[in-house]
Design a protein around this ligand. Structure first.
Ligand code: GCO
Length: 255
C-alpha cells in the first residue's frame, strides 16, 4: 500500500499554481514526494509561492510563462529537455473567470476565457504527452474542470463553455493516449474559498445559495482537493482514465 500514493522520483508541472487551488495541488503533490514546477504569469507572486513550499522542505521551482502562448510553452519544455527534466505529471489548472451576461460579453473577453481555460490545456498537454509517448514511460495528466462542466450558471457563459470543453478534451486525450500508459482524468471542484470566489463569498445571497445547494452545507477548503489530486497523479489510478471526479460536497448528487 505504501507505494500506491508515493510520487517520489516524479516531476510534476502545475499550471496557474502561484495561488488558489493550483497552489494546493502543487503543495499536495510536493508533500507526496514529487519535484514540483509551479507556474504563473507573474514572477514575483510565483517566487513567493515557491518560497513558501521550499520553506516546508519540498522540492519545488517556479517557471513563469503564459500557458496560452504556444511558443513560450514549447520553449519551457525545450529548456526542461536540455536540463534532463521530464514532466511525469501535468495538472492543467490555469484558469480565469469573467462574469458577464452573454448578450453583453465582448468577443475579446470570450476568447480570453476560452484561451486560458481550455486551449491552454491543449497547448501544454501536447508538449508533455509527446515526450511521455517518446520516452515510453507514460504519465499522468489531470485537467481541472468545474461544476459548470455539468451544469450552467447564468453570467459565466464563456467559463461554462470552456469547462464543458475541458471535460470532453479530457476524454479525447484519454482515448488517444491511454494506449501509451498516459492516464488523463479531471477534477471538478465545487465552490471553494479562493481569491477567484471572494466576491461571491462576500455576497450574502450567493453565500446562502452555495450553502443551501450542496448537502455538506458549506464552501470547500482548497486543501480538501489534495487527496484527489495525489490519487490521480499516483500509481493508485493506473487503470483509471477519462474520469472526472467532482469534489463538490455532494452538490451534483442532489436535486
Ligand atoms: C462562479 C464561480 C464558479 C466556481 C467553480 C464551480 O462564478 O460561478 O467562480 O466558476 O469557481 O468553477 O465549480
Amino acid at each position: 500500500m505504501a507505494g500506491l500514493f508515493d510520487l517520489s522520483g516524479r516531476t510534476a508541472l502545475v499550471t496557474g499554481s502561484a495561488r488558489g487551488l493550483g497552489f494546493s495541488y502543487a503543495k499536495g503533490l510536493a508533500a507526496a514526494g514529487a519535484a514540483v514546477i509551479l507556474n504563473g504569469m507573474h514572477e514575483d507572486n510565483l517566487m513567493a509561492a515557491v518560497d513558501k513550499l521550499s520553506a516546508l522542505g519540498y522540492d519545488v521551482r517556479g517557471m513563469a510563462f503564459d500557458v496560452t502562448n504556444a511558443q513560450q510553452v514549447a520553449g519551457v519544455f525545450e529548456r526542461l529537455d536540455s536540463e534532463g527534466e521530464h514532466v511525469d505529471i501535468l495538472i492543467n489548472n490555469a484558469g480565469i473567470q469573467h462574469r458577464q451576461p452573454l448578450l453583453d460579453l465582448p468577443l475579446a473577453d470570450w476568447q480570453r476565457v476560452i484561451d486560458t481555460n481550455l486551449t491552454s490545456a491543449f497547448i501544454v498537454s501536447r508538449e508533455a504527452a509527446s515526450r511521455m509517448v517518446a520516452n515510453g514511460a507514460g504519465g499522468k495528466i489531470i485537467n481541472i474542470c468545474s461544476l459548470t462542466s455539468e451544469a450552467a450558471r447564468a453570467t459565466v457563459g464563456a467559463y461554462t463553455a470552456a469547462k464543458g470543453g475541458i471535460k470532453m478534451l479530457t476524454r479525447a486525450m484519454a482515448a488517444e493516449w491511454a494506449g501509451h500508459n498516459i492516464q488523463v482524468n479531471g477534477i471538478g471542484p465545487g465552490y471553494f474559498l479562493t481569491e477567484m470566489t471572494t466576491a461571491l463569498v462576500e455576497n450574502k445571497e450567493f453565500d446562502a445559495w452555495v450553502k443551501n445547494s450542496n448537502p455538506s452545507g458549506r464552501w470547500g477548503k482548497p486543501d480538501e482537493l489534495i487527496g484527489t489530486a495525489v490519487y490521480l497523479a499516483s500509481p493508485a489510478s493506473d487503470y483509471v482514465s477519462g474520469q472526472i471526479i467532482y469534489v463538490d460536497g455532494g452538490w451534483l448528487s442532489v436535486l
